[in-house]
Design a protein. Structure first.
Length: 130
């Protein structure tokens, strides 16, 4: 089974314990948001708030691996297309890392070079935010 640390494929990083939360990373800039763990059942489930959002990560064993289910309830619905586009790119990076391709995370403005705007527009249409 392959494993990949989330800081290798997401646009987040933990902030120091004195200020519990997560930071969104955009190049050299970080934007902290409070986070609070609501449920943790290692290694199957992690649910937490992140700013106004609620995230739930579930790992389910399958015959030949594991299925990751990510549910992200966006606190400000108008941000849903942007959030979906960001996760789309993050999960693409995770898939490549799991396949052994040593790519770097795509964060912040760099995402525009990887089709983020087109993904955002496609998600806006699918989510009726267009």
């Amino acid at each position: 089974m392959s494993t990949v640390r989330s800081d290798r494929w997401t646009a987040t990083r933990s902030v120091p314990a004195r200020s519990p939360g997560l930071s969104t990373v955009d190049g050299d800039q970080t934007y902290p948001a409070p986070a609070r763990v609501l449920c943790a059942d290692r290694p199957h489930l992690l649910e937490y708030t992140w700013g106004d959002d609620l995230l739930r990560w579930e790992l389910t064993p399958t015959g030949d691996g594991t299925t990751l289910t990510l549910r992200h309830r966006v606190g400000r619905p108008g941000l849903a297309p942007m959030t979906a586009a960001g996760w789309h790119l993050c999960l693409d990076v995770a898939a490549r890392l799991l396949d052994g391709d040593p790519v770097s995370p795509i964060r912040g403005a760099e995402a525009k070079d990887f089709g983020w705007a087109e993904l955002r527009d496609a998600y806006a249409e699918r989510l009726n935010h267009g």
